[in-house]
Write a protein that binds this ligand. Structure first.
Ligand code: ADP
Ligand code: ZN
Ligand code: ZN
Length: 732
């Protein structure tokens, strides 16, 4: 038999299929093959009778790497779809489908020795066969009699290994190897989640979803309207039909909360998949999904590739979230991938959000998604009252601090009432950058075109792009002046200010710096939930999803932050962010308050966000996008060129740009826009960055996209990497 194999080469830009000979392999199996001079890992993606090469010269597959096909036929087909849509290399796609550490054999199932009694005899009978003074052995036997099979390591720790050895020799105790599962968030307190009786609106939503097994739905429910309960009920019904489910949340920080609710209801049939797990945990969870032990996969975007068969539902919470669009290689759109998998499995697709993306809401308006609404909070609980504070006015009144007088007053009231507050800031670190006030020099990363951020906790300058660290500068390297200004405020400074304002109050901070270890998200949130602190300060990480009943005040310190990007998504993002953050307030009995600090208090977007007027916002935004041909009325395609040699990048880009210009003259209606330029982020990780930007008509995509990708596949220069990106979230 002939097998088509994708060789798993990491650095190479090669994207070719190689044929090998072999017998009895299944498609999707990982295999060892000889490639060049070295044995290399690869994936069988096809089986066939004939090859286009000289069959006698084909090499034999050396051996399989696992005793099962790691990648299912369904996922291979998904891989083909992703290659067509996103212009990805086979090897990059296939890696998405398996735990990273399976490559290079860096992770295995963990097996441990378990010991148990060898006989069914009663305890008295067994004890009678032992000497009266063999206390350890007698205790050990009694222990096993009462507790049943136990890990050898536990027994050794408790009774010493000589007792165990003696009992094994006598044939009273036997041992066997068992697979031990490494379980992420093992100690997560599941608690007793009361199962709510669905309210009529939730019930109607569940029924609507379940009435169409292959339907595609957009659940638009205001914050606190009980969407999670709808998801859980849908999952319950689907699992009862013997099918499997995928539940996606936008960020790792949100997984513990969802996991807790899923485990409370479905126990061990839930498996967690995300990049924050240890390699052993991820491998074990993946294995449990693969062999059917677990039926529900939950996680951030990569869980969309969960190795499940017979999927009945794919649910995407906070579907508008930017993290569902991968912005590094391999780049893909999770919602579209989920839709493909749903169609492939005859499953239903349920997207949920309080602030749907303009893209998805437009699909609902044009009948491509069925719209389901939950317009009210649970128990008609009022949405929080939003106070917009004009910070320019504050400054004129002499308050130059980061807290407006209104916010200070509301904070004091909230704390006095024994409630909790969340303060939200769009930045992290202590103060954003270091600048020479004499000559204007700004400290930047050597490898990236990125301003370095000051971190007070360890007195370092850090590049938030590549992670490189530098010592703080005491003199300007350009003009030698020691007049450095430290710009802007960060979460850490907010915490310090709070300590001076409210010395008695405990404050927690959650941002990228405080959440670098594996389970730190969960720990911070758990501590806040338990009331170990009264105030939580954080970046966008705290904006989404969390449900803290005691939070009655949310402060948005810099409401303008994201409004003034040149990006067409800026207003949409600002609206989503403010509505989401505001939604954290007043979720229980007390009415919530939101203080929104801004320098542009009359901005439409902020006003509508304050009223949580999604429909008004959608109407305004769609009217701007239509005449200017922005998505959903077009598709933005960026082709990114990166490489360490600037000239090679420019030459490569220039050639392909010329070909694209020719294509545009052949298909003038397909292009609304075509241009080439340096990326705003000119250099990153030692590589120069250039881009071609296109705005394409949605109708001509199926015809034009393969032609464009064909051009990208043309003659390549060494060392230049070319990536496609559809409707990118971030054009840096
Ligand atoms: P959303 O995801 O829409 O923001 P949640 O699902 O978090 O909202 O629900 C908000 C709160 O309402 C939660 O505390 C949840 O436990 C509670 N809740 C949900 N459904 C019901 C119900 N049917 N009856 C009573 N409380 C409910
Ligand atoms: Zn200077
Ligand atoms: Zn850098």
């Amino acid at each position: 038999m002939i097998y088509s194999v994708i060789v798993d080469l990491s650095a190479s830009e090669v994207d070719r299929i190689f044929d090998y000979k072999g017998e009895g392999y299944s498609v999707g199996t990982r295999v060892l093959v000889s490639f060049g001079k070295r044995p290399t890992e690869g994936y069988i993606i096809e089986e066939k009778d004939k090859t286009d090469y000289d069959e006698n010269k084909l090499k034999e597959i050396i051996r399989p790497l696992d005793d099962f096909p790691a990648i299912s036929a369904d996922l291979l087909e998904l891989g083909r779809f992703m290659r067509r849509e996103y212009h990805l290399r086979w090897a990059d796609v296939l890696r998405l489908f398996i735990p990273a550490e399976m490559r290079g054999n860096r992770v295995k199932l963990l097996s441990k020795q378990q010991v148990s009694l060898a006989t069914q005899d009663s305890l008295d009978v067994i004890l009678a066969s032992l000497k009266p003074n063999a206390t350890m052995q007698r205790d050990l036997v009694t222990y096993l009699y009462l507790n049943g099979a136990t890990l050898a390591e536990t027994i050794n720790a408790e009774f010493g290994n000589s007792a165990l050895r003696a009992l094994k020799q006598k044939g009273i105790v036997v041992s066997q190897d068992i697979v031990v599962r490494r379980t992420p968030y093992k100690d997560l307190r599941v608690g007793n989640f009361e199962r709510h009786t669905l309210l009529p609106a939730q019930q109607a939503a569940v029924e609507a979803v379940l009435s169409d097994k292959t339907g595609k739905f957009l659940l638009h429910g205001v914050t606190g309207s009980g969407k999670t309960e709808v998801y859980l009920t849908v999952i319950e019904k689907i699992v009862a039909q013997g099918k499997t489910c995928i539940m996606l949340v936008p960020e790792i920080s949100l997984t513990p909360n969802m996991l807790r609710q899923l485990r409370a209801r479905f126990g061990d049939s839930v498996a967690l998949l995300h990049s924050g797990l240890s390699s052993g945990e991820r491998f074990d969870e993946w294995t449990r999904l693969k062999n059917g032990e677990a039926k529900i996969a939950v996680g951030a975007r990569s869980a969309v590739f969960a190795p499940l068969t017979d999927i009945g539902a794919i649910i995407i919470d906070e579907e508008h979230d930017g993290s569902y669009i991968s912005d590094f290689n391999p780049r893909y759109n999770t919602v579209d991938v989920a839709q493909f998998r749903a169609e492939q499995n005859g499953a239903l697709l349920l997207l949920g959000s309080a602030t749907p993306s303009i893209q998805s809401y437009y699909k609902a308006k044009t009948g491509k998604l069925k719209l389901i609404e939950l317009p009210e909070r649970i128990n008609k609980h009022p949405l929080p009252k939003v106070e917009i504070v004009d910070m320019a006015l504050e400054t004129r009144r002499g308050n130059r601090g980061i807290f407006s007088s209104v916010l200070k007053q509301r904070l004091a009231e909230t704390l006095a009432n024994g409630n909790q507050a969340m303060l939200f800031l769009n930045r992290r670190g202590y103060s954003s950058f270091m600048m020479c006030t004499k000559c204007g020099y700004v400290a930047k990363c050597e490898d990236c075109d990125i301003t370095l951020t000051v971190h007070r906790e360890d007195n370092r300058l850090k590049c938030h792009y590549c992670g490189k660290q530098y010592y703080l500068l005491d003199k300007c390297p350009k003009c030698n002046s020691s007049a450095f200004r430290q710009g802007k405020i960060g979460t850490q400074q907010v915490v310090e200010l709070l300590h001076t304002l409210f010395p008695q109050v405990n404050v927690l901070r959650m941002d990228a710096d405080t959440t670098q270890t594996k389970e730190s998200h969960g720990k911070i949130l758990e501590a806040f939930r338990n009331g170990e602190a009264q105030i939580l300060v954080g970046t966008q990480m705290i904006a989404k999803g969390h449900d803290f009943p005691k939070v009655t005040l949310v402060g948005i310190l810099d409401g303008d932050q994201s409004l003034y990007h040149e990006d067409y998504l800026a207003t949409e993002r600002t609206f989503q962010l403010i509505t989401q953050v505001a939604g954290r307030s007043g979720r229980d009995k007390d009415v919530g308050t939101v203080v929104l600090q801004t320098y542009t208090p009359t901005h439409d977007c902020l006003q509508m966000a304050a009223r949580q007027d999604y429909k008004g916002f959608y109407a305004t935004e769609i009217n701007i996008r239509q005449p200017s041909h922005f998505p959903p009325f077009s598709e933005i395609l960026r082709i990114l060129y990166t490489g360490e040699k600037e000239k090679d990048c420019i030459d490569q880009l220039t050639e392909q740009y010329a070909a694209l210009t020719d294509l545009k003259s052949l298909y003038p209606n397909a292009f609304y826009y075509l241009d080439k330029m340096r990326c705003p982020l000119k250099r990153a990780e030692k590589k120069y960055r250039f881009q071609i930007l296109m705005k394409l008509s949605v109708d001509s995509l199926p015809q034009i996209l393969p032609l464009i990708y064909g051009i990208c596949d043309g003659k390549k220069r060494n060392g230049v990497q070319i990536f496609a990106e559809r409707n990118p979230q971030n054009l840096s």
